[in-house]
Ligand binder design. Structure first.
Ligand code: AMP
Length: 428
């Protein structure tokens, strides 16, 4: 016999199995519910796009585009990439469908897989999932940023995410940021010898990213660097001050973090990040910010924008570390039939119960009654419906409650009524 090599999931990807998948679905459902109360609507986007979309928007010099994208040539030689994030796709769709003509702000949310070829570890995968929201339109009022943050924190509170911390910053605009970046670069050149290889390289390619560094030996040097808050233009300074007032008005706790610059090129002014408990070094559960020039950069009308992306994998990990478990709705009724003469009745009644919304297991082949009772127990069924020849003849079925083994007889209409009442009583 030839040994068959077992095929496994690709490194950095994983299967999300029940019962975990129930927690995922519940979190995504909660996000939909909360987002819809804030007037957001679902947008479904392609998982792959022209490589150029990401190169132009996220920035060809960023790690995400330069090192981490899954890029391949299509059969017509065009270059295609699996999406590393979805804001660029939302902006593309906004332009492609002329959404700038829609009234008010366009508020969209999405959820789905993203792909980055990073080094896998706890909380970091090559296929990971995001739930995101974007607001596009003509206004850049700080109230829009604040409302997005309120919605985000309402969702985290609703699902019981522990020890969430919101960090906010402003990274200025195209008028003030370049001057600050130049100043930062000069200061960094002065201390270049004391920095690690990554930071040394970033002095020239993307000096803001040096501020992201987690290297212990660089921390005291970074603390001495010029801070963007001292170099914002008047309009950006005012925008950031108003944002902070708006957050206080809404009772949202936050901390200012001047080093929060985010890795993607398209951000302007407001940037933010949320961290949560139980995640170790990968503790950011959400990142986002304002991207006022993005739509124009992609060839659209001048448009303001702000949004965020939640890392669903990490939210779930954090919830699970906090012992969050869902009580699964589970199997309601196991239909045990005795022989081929009773089978047609069992098929019919299983269908009737399912139509009434109960989760039903119907044996696909004959099984000894004792054995099927054991299986019902192991499957966690709440009831066994026994369909023997007597039951078929009389039209009355025996329902056995597995928790206390109590048995009762019902006609099929009385049976549904009884189960519905019982279900309500147990909160199922
Ligand atoms: P970003 O799109 O880089 O701003 O990331 C937004 C959020 O997505 C982060 O705060 C993480 O929660 C999550 N995230 C980003 N990259 C990964 C990854 N490789 N694996 C798991 N989650 C990720």
């Amino acid at each position: 016999m030839t040994e068959k090599k077992q095929i496994r999931a690709i490194k950095g990807t994983r299967d999300i199995l029940p019962p975990d998948s129930a927690l995922w679905n519940w979190f995504e459902r909660s996000a939909r519910e909360v987002f819809e109360t804030y007037g957001f609507r679902d947008i479904r986007l392609p998982i792959f796009e022209q490589t150029d979309l990401f190169a132009r928007s996220i920035g060809a010099d960023t790690d995400v585009v330069g090192k981490e994208m899954y890029t391949f040539e299509d059969r017509d030689d065009s270059s295609i990439s699996l999406r590393p994030e979805a804001t660029a796709s939302v902006a593309r769709a906004y332009i492609e469908h002329g959404m700038h003509t829609l009234p008010g702000n366009v508020k969209l949310y999405y959820m789905g897989p993203m792909f980055r070829r990073e080094r896998p570890q706890k909380g970091r995968y090559r296929q990971f999932y995001q739930v995101g929201a974007e607001i596009l339109g003509q206004s850049d009022a700080p109230a829009i940023d604040a409302e997005a943050l309120e919605m985000l924190m309402v969702l985290f509170e609703r699902v019981g995410l522990a020890q969430t911390k919101l960090y906010v910053n402003s990274i200025g605009c195209k008028d003030c940021r370049p001057k600050y970046v130049e100043l930062l670069r000069e200061e960094l050149r002065n201390v270049k010898d004391k920095l690690g290889a990554d930071s040394q390289r970033r002095i020239e390619t993307n000096p803001l990213r040096v501020l992201d560094s987690k290297l212990p030996e660089e921390q005291s040097i970074i603390e001495e660097l010029p801070r963007i808050s001292d170099h914002l233009c008047e309009a950006c300074r005012q925008h950031f001050a108003t944002l902070q007032q708006e957050l206080s008005l809404r009772g949202i706790a936050y901390e200012q973090n001047w080093r929060l610059v985010r890795g993607l090129d398209y951000y302007t002014r407001t940037t933010f990040e949320v961290t949560a408990a139980g995640l170790g070094s990968q503790n950011a559960v959400c990142g986002g910010g304002r991207y006022d020039g993005l739509v124009e950069l992609l060839g659209g009308h001048p448009t303001k924008g702000i949004g965020f992306a939640i890392g669903t994998d990490r939210v779930i990990l954090s919830l699970q570390e906090g012992e969050k478990r869902l009580s699964m709705p589970g199997l309601a009724v196991f239909v045990a039939w005795m022989n081929s003469a009773t089978y047609p009745t069992a098929v019919k009644i299983a269908r009737t119960l399912r139509d009434a919304g109960f989760s039903v297991e119907l044996l696909p082949e004959e099984m000894k009654f004792k054995k099927s009772l054991g299986l019902a127990d192991r499957l966690g069924a709440r009831y066994v419906l026994i369909i023997g020849e007597d039951e078929v003849a009389s039209g009355n079925f025996t329902l056995k409650r597995l928790s206390d083994r109590e048995q009762k007889k019902f006609s099929d209409s009385a049976l549904i009524e009884y189960l519905q009442l019982e279900g309500r009583g147990s909160g199922a």
